[in-house]
Design a protein. Structure first.
Length: 468
């Protein structure tokens, strides 16, 4: 008989209930085997990060097909980063809960470690933003997309930080994953666009809350859970036969953001959306814009005129790219120029998009939109998520397109244009739905939608050099 799956005696909510019931029972059944998956992933991770350091220098003609160093680099930037990032749309933060060796190592260290109370500086909401920005900017100055030493430093350093932080802080929890991991924040914010949601069978009122009195490794008060951001999909709270806990619900992409007022909207997340897209843009533009070279030249002349000759010295290799064997050596001038260029682009982009969504929020208020200005502004800021996501994929995961560019430059550009067009349309749609949730109807939506649509267009237009 073709029965509809039930949750607590009621038809299972959401899209494709039979599919979500099957996913749930599969992962609950094999949950205990995850430790083996994590162990294998740990070995793979260490091999990809550190083995290239022990191998001879790759020749200039080497490719991912005949050289392990090139293969590891492509696997990292051309496959892992963009695909894990895209996967949040289809599977939420499954990477974190099911596969990530860093989070698993951090939790393992925590079980053996000091289990001290999580300090305030760590649980501050800006910590993962700072962590993301530092890693992204450092990644650019050390050349993480090109040099195996830089990959080992960035990813090995992040793994070490995850283990040390896990060893010291939290009690049977993943303090690193919730509060500090730069990748976790990225996946968490964008998982709000995704189709997978873990929902309480019996939702307690009061909204999302962090608590250490929970079996959840990322400290979600599971009975009050409404937002997807911190859920790493470890399935520990899912017991299909129990009356409590969570169940898997499938939903339309973007549904959580359309109704963001009911899912713990958060100003830090919006700030991260804008800063993250801005810093990725800066990290891309300094490589391609002639204006960056002019900026560097002007900066260099100013330093020399003022007697700061040390800017012509080579800096330390842990801070900047120093690879004479590959004909790339950065001076302090390069370091300062890259960092200040990236930060300037980030600030400019964030200020522009903050202003466009602020105008939208103000106009929405004038036309009768509900809630106060700040709440409307925060909610409307989430509409940039699709266009910011595509920016990050093209900016930080651009290697994905390299094999396509080798076949046809037109095809690669066409795919990028398609991605940007789709993301702009999705962002506008989200803006429309958020304004509806704020109580506006009909023509009253058009006016406040215009400034934020302009913001999405500006963000996409800023990426034009990556397409043309
Ligand atoms: S939050 Fe970071 S360390 Fe934790 S599981 Fe996710 S990617 Fe891995
Ligand atoms: S809410 Fe449940 S599935 Fe999500 S991280 Fe916590 S315990 Fe794991």
């Amino acid at each position: 008989m073709n029965r509809i799956p039930l949750v607590n005696g009621m038809p299972r909510p959401g899209l494709w209930p039979k599919v979500s019931a099957k996913i749930e029972s599969f992962f609950v059944r094999y949950r205990d085997l995850l430790v083996w998956v994590h162990s294998v992933m740990f070995v793979v991770f260490i091999t990809f990060i550190f083995l290239p350091l022990a191998l001879p220098e790759a020749s200039e003609n080497a490719t991912a097909l005949n050289n392990f160093t090139r293969f590891a680099n492509f696997a990292m930037w051309g496959l892992w980063f963009p695909l894990v990032f895209l996967s949040v749309i289809f599977t939420g933060r499954s990477w974190c809960g099911l596969l990530c060796p860093m989070g698993a190592a951090s939790e393992w260290a925590n079980n053996k470690g000091l289990q001290r109370a999580i300090p305030k500086w760590l649980s501050w909401q800006g910590t993962p933003i700072v962590s993301f920005l530092v890693i992204t900017i450092l990644g650019q100055t050390v050349g993480v997309r090109d040099h195996p030493e830089a990959i080992a430093e960035i990813f090995g350093g992040t793994m070490l930080a995850a283990i040390v932080m896990g060893y010291i802080y939290g009690k049977k929890k993943r303090a690193w994953c919730r509060h500090a991991c730069p990748i976790g924040l990225l996946l968490g914010v964008y998982s709000r666009l995704g189709i997978v949601q873990f929902m309480p069978k019996r939702l307690k009122p009061g909204g999302d809350r962090q608590t250490e009195k929970t079996l959840c490794p990322t400290m979600i008060d599971i009975q009050r859970k409404q937002e997807s951001r911190h859920c790493i999909e470890c399935f520990r709270c899912v017991q299909p036969r129990a009356r409590g806990g969570l169940f898997v619900r499938l939903r339309r992409p973007g549904e959580e953001i359309e109704q963001i007022s009911k899912h713990n909207a958060n100003a830090y997340e919006v700030l991260f959306l804008l800063l993250g897209a801005g810093v990725a843009l800066g990290g891309f533009l300094w490589l391609v814009l002639p204006q960056y070279q002019e900026f560097r030249q002007t900066l260099g002349v100013w330093f020399i005129t003022n007697g700061w000759y040390w800017v012509g010295d080579v800096g330390p290799s842990w801070l900047m790219s120093v690879h004479p064997q590959r004909r790339e050596v950065f001076y302090w001038l390069d370091f300062i120029a890259i960092v200040s260029f990236m930060i300037s682009v980030m600030v400019l982009m964030t200020a522009t998009l903050t202003s466009t969504s602020a105008v939208s929020a103000w106009v929405a208020g004038k036309l009768g939109g509900q809630r106060n200005f700040k709440q409307r502004w925060v909610e409307l800021g989430y509409q940039y998520a699709p266009v910011a996501m595509v920016s990050l994929i093209i900016g930080l995961g651009g290697s994905l397109f390299v094999p396509i560019e080798q076949v046809s430059q037109i095809l690669a550009s066409g795919i990028k244009i398609g991605l940007f067009l789709a993301s702009i349309i999705w962002s506008v749609w989200l803006g429309w739905r958020i304004l509806m949730e704020q109580g506006l109807m009909g023509w009253k939506i058009y006016l406040p939608l215009l400034p934020s649509t302009l913001g999405s267009l500006l963000m996409a237009a800023a990426w034009w050099p990556s397409i043309s």
